[in-house]
Write a protein that binds this ligand. Sequence first.
Ligand SMILES: Nc1ncnc2c1ncn2[C@@H]1O[C@H](COP(=O)(O)OP(=O)(O)OP(=O)(O)O)[C@@H](O)[C@H]1O
Ligand SMILES: [Mg+2]
Length: 266
Amino acid sequence: MTTAGDGQRSTAALRPGVAIAGRHIAKSFGHVNALTDAHVTVESGKVVALLGDNGAGKSTFLKCLLGIEKPSSGTLVIADQETTLDTVRDAQRLGVDCIHQDLALAPALSVVDNMFLGHQVRHRGVRGRVGVVARREMSERAAAALEELSIRLPSLSVPVSDLSGGQRQAVAVARAVMWSSTAVLMDEPTAALGARQSEIVCELMRTVAARGLGVLVVSHDLPRVLTVADSVAILWRGETVVETEAEGLTVPDVVATMVGYRKGVA
Ligand SMILES: Nc1ncnc2c1ncn2[C@@H]1O[C@H](COP(=O)(O)OP(=O)(O)OP(=O)(O)O)[C@@H](O)[C@H]1O
Ligand SMILES: [Mg+2]
């Protein structure tokens, strides 16, 4: 079995259980209580939508689950283990990666270089020690990761600025999956996309979950995300007020809870 974060996830990593969870998470920035009692549980192989109005605390919650922000209090669970995260590297070591709200691809770099950003593969031996990068291996691994998710691109050597918004987002998803063995967190992955491209990214979420990873997605695209998610957690002013299965939920009910804190959406 390959280990978390080596970019070659094995299906042997698939197993039932909690991929990632946050329980009773609080986070303050000075006098701003961004999170007061946030919780969510994402099981392996499931897609969970984290919903809430602007400023509800969704991005802050994801950052706490990723080690980008340190919670003031609360418990994190990754791969069934209670854990604390001091840095993003800690989350990566446990097989958790993300797609940020601002995407964080480097537009001038190629698809392959973006897939390996921060993770370049060195040649073995002397060439590796003097910093020579194994380009062919990187290309092959990037191609395999894209193929695994059935992502088709015109070329892997073009700068990502030459790709469409949907293709860029697909590269971001593939990159996150390539370096994850436990969970992928996505903050607004369809925000800048058209209808068809959003659908493709949503289909990718299901493909990623079917590979055994937990997927936690923040989205304001309620109709689409309710279709793709197994369950939803709704944040209201920093507090999770609803955690429930997505099946049967309607957009008006979810909106009512998001903006007004009506306990329960049924
Ligand atoms: N670094 C920070 N310093 C101070 N306040 C912050 C910081 N980050 C977030 N906040 C505050 O925390 C609250 C929650 O913000 P957050 O970005 O998590 O909301 P969100 O649900 O992701 O909103 P949106 O839907 O607009 O992206 C807001 O009041 C925001 O102003
Ligand atoms: Mg946000």
